[in-house]
Design a protein around this ligand. Structure first.
Ligand SMILES: Cc1cc2nc3c(=O)[nH]c(=O)nc-3n(C[C@H](O)[C@H](O)[C@H](O)COP(=O)(O)OP(=O)(O)OC[C@H]3O[C@@H](n4cnc5c(N)ncnc54)[C@H](O)[C@@H]3O)c2cc1C
Length: 606
């Protein structure tokens, strides 16, 4: 078996700084590492090599210094290292990167391609599905467990509410999530041992027409990036000053911010679904996501923004919905602003599957030629959108937090990078512009039940899939609720143990909030992994985030950058979380929380 592992060298993002004058990320002096997810992919490949005698080849495309990542991979145990190196590769977006890798892998040969779930610097998760599409092989993304039997595999992938298990045959591509395995470490002796081993170089011209690579071959480009580090108020109180008073004053502050009322009081602008629009030539499409027989809230959020963009540009709003008996969702989609609803119905489409959904979405786009297409930045949306983009050879911007039109009417997609401190406006050279949209970032329109949209049936001919669905395990739907939760209570190790979760849940009930967690809490099994917030968990954007016994490690706070207000409760006055919060109470979380629950209940009369 020949396993190719694609790796990326990434900077330690907690060391990066932003120069406000030059609007540049300062990379100088910042150390680099192999993307943490890629390390796990490589570790799995090396384990397989030991078990079944596979050949492992590690491949990267990057500047000359990326050779050190390849060298480290050799030291970890890879057999060969290949470096795609050359000026013409520089400035590539995800599509041009995947194209170069696909051409290289065509030369190298492979039975199995392993990649990380995403790279921590850009968090697009796009290159692997694009690569799989270009290689015309099936994929399973976000894999936490793989069992092998010669050429067949059974792989478990993490999704937003639990896990799914799929069976397939090689060749295939998989992206590896954090929990697949513990990464191997290369020791100084290992590095010494491989110091003289050759690294194979592939130059752009060896892969064909160089204009298809790098900046030139990229359908998207980035405008001037901006730093959006939100200033935090850092108003810290000591519980020892009188817990009753400190909690009351903190709650008063939160009420002024919107607690118990309308969080978006100042910025709130009601979006009206409007009359039915009709302009095929400028259609803003939303690919609806159905989960547990319901339309996922992010679909309505995308529709809300599509309504505004269509009104601004004289266009229309289309919603594409795929699944079994999905016609029943038409009235809800119309009420939220869809003017035309494209329906792809088949009993075999009940379960999301990459192959069949890719075929349907790309055929529909090719036929109706929308101006822009938005999908949800969820486990399935991120699995699907890059494949569609690669199939149609169009650009894709992943995980956007905002969508605008510039003065020429081009779609500007705002993408956070480097943990959300920086926002890059991205434009597409090719239509349709396509983006996945982060849940909880956009506002839905006021539903109007009187709207009646035109229904367009999409013929479904081929529902085949190269990987077969085996089973799914629903761990919690709380993870899905985190998408658009107004209040999230993030639990850290400071809560002491799982026996104290009920007390946190009491606060959740009092405030109508949802529970989230740090990685350590999840690793200890106190809460399901779907609730992990942070670098290797999820990013959330509630109006209020309450950090209970959370230290405030960068790897966690990176996931709460977009929270409106942060309240930290920690008994250590020097905890990092106090440097990144709006309000803080230094004290024992249990005392603060029970006082808080008491005061909230007194006020609401519950
Ligand atoms: C590659 C990588 C990826 C990672 N990804 C993530 C990620 O996605 N998400 C994530 O969360 N972490 C992630 N981590 C781990 C992260 O670096 C931290 O280790 C973790 O967030 C710390 O969790 P914690 O704050 O719950 O625990 P601790 O560091 O143990 O902090 C507990 C806090 O509770 C406070 N405390 C203790 N008792 C009380 C009390 N009675 N009342 C009030 N406060 C109390 C303490 O003062 C302390 O500040 C990652 C790490 C690595 C290396």
């Amino acid at each position: 078996m020949k396993i190719v592992v694609c790796i990326k060298q990434v900077p330690y993002i907690d060391q990066l700084k932003f120069d406000h004058d030059t609007k540049r990320v300062i990379r100088e002096g910042v150390e680099s590492e192999i993307n943490p997810f890629d390390k796990r992919a490589l570790t799995h490949a090396i384990q397989l090599k030991k078990e079944v005698g596979a050949e492992t080849i590690v491949v990267t495309m990057g500047p000359p210094q990326a050779a050190s990542a390849l060298r480290e991979a050799l030291a970890m145990g890879a057999d060969r290292a290949v470096h795609l190196l050359g000026r013409e590769f520089a400035g590539a977006d995800t599509l041009a990167t995947a194209r170069a890798l696909a051409k290289a892998l065509g030369r190298i040969g492979f039975d199995m391609v392993l990649c990380g779930k995403y790279a921590t610097d850009a968090e697009t998760a796009q290159v692997p599905p694009m690569l799989a599409e270009m290689l015309d092989i099936p994929q399973v993304t976000g894999v936490t467990k793989i069992e092998w039997d010669r050429n067949t595999f059974v792989a478990t992938r993490e999704v937003d509410d639990g896990f799914e298990t799929w069976r397939g045959e090689l060749p295939a591509l998989m992206t590896v999530a954090e929990r697949l395995c513990k990464p191997l470490r290369a020791t100084p002796e290992d590095l010494q041992r491989v110091a003289e081993l050759p690294i194979e170089i592939i130059q752009p011209a060896q892969l064909g027409d160089i204009s298809q690579f790098g900046l030139q071959g990229s359908p998207t480009w980035v405008e001037a990036i901006e730093s959006i580090e939100p200033p935090r108020k850092k108003i810290i109180r000591q519980a020892s000053d009188g817990i009753e008073r400190v909690v009351r004053e903190t709650l008063d502050n939160l009420k002024r911010e919107g607690l118990g009322g309308d969080w978006r009081l100042e910025t709130h602008q009601k979006i009206l679904a409007g009359n039915i629009r009709n302009n095929f030539a400028k259609s803003f499409w939303v690919v609806a996501e159905v989960i547990e027989n319901e339309i996922r809230p992010v679909t309505f959020e995308m529709l809300g923004r599509a309504v505004q963009l269509a009104d601004e540009s004289g266009g229309e709003v289309g919603a594409l919905v795929i699944g079994e008996n999905v016609k029943r969702f038409a009235s809800d989609l119309a009420a939220h602003g869809a003017d035309k609803i494209y329906l792809a119905e088949h009993s075999a489409l009940k379960q999301y599957a990459t192959d069949s959904y890719t075929r349907i979405v790309s055929n529909a786009i090719a036929q109706y030629k929308p101006f822009a297409v938005f999908l949800a930045s969820t486990a399935n949306g991120r699995d699907l959108a890059p494949r569609v983009a690669a199939k149609l050879n169009i650009g894709l911007t992943g995980d956007v937090i905002g969508l605008n039109l510039d003065t020429q009417g081009n779609l500007v997609q705002l993408k956070p990078a480097f943990g959300g401190n920086i926002v890059a406006p991205i434009l597409s050279k090719i239509l349709p512009a396509m983006a996945t949209v982060r849940p909880g970032m956009l506002e839905r329109a006021q539903p109007n039940p009187n709207r009646v949209a035109a229904l367009i049936e999409i013929p479904v001919k081929d529902v085949s899939s190269r990987v077969q669905f085996v089973s799914s395990e629903r761990v919690t739907d709380e993870g899905v609720h985190l998408d658009d939760a107004e209040i999230i209570i993030g639990v850290g190790m400071g809560i002491g143990g799982p026996e104290n979760i009920p007390q946190v849940e009491e606060l959740c009930r009092a405030l109508d909030g949802h529970i989230g967690a740090t990685r350590k809490v999840v690793d200890n099994g106190w809460l399901p992994r779907q609730l992990q917030i942070g670098l290797t968990g999820r990013s959330v954007s509630p109006h209020l985030y309450i950090a209970l016994g959370v230290r405030g490690a960068f790897n966690h706070t990176v996931g709460i950058q977009r929270a409106g207000i942060i309240l930290a409760i920690n008994n250590n006055p020097d905890a990092d979380i106090f440097k990144q919060c709006d309000y803080g109470i230094v004290g024992d979380w249990q005392q603060v929380v029970s006082e808080m629950v008491k005061q909230v209940r007194m006020e609401t009369g519950d």
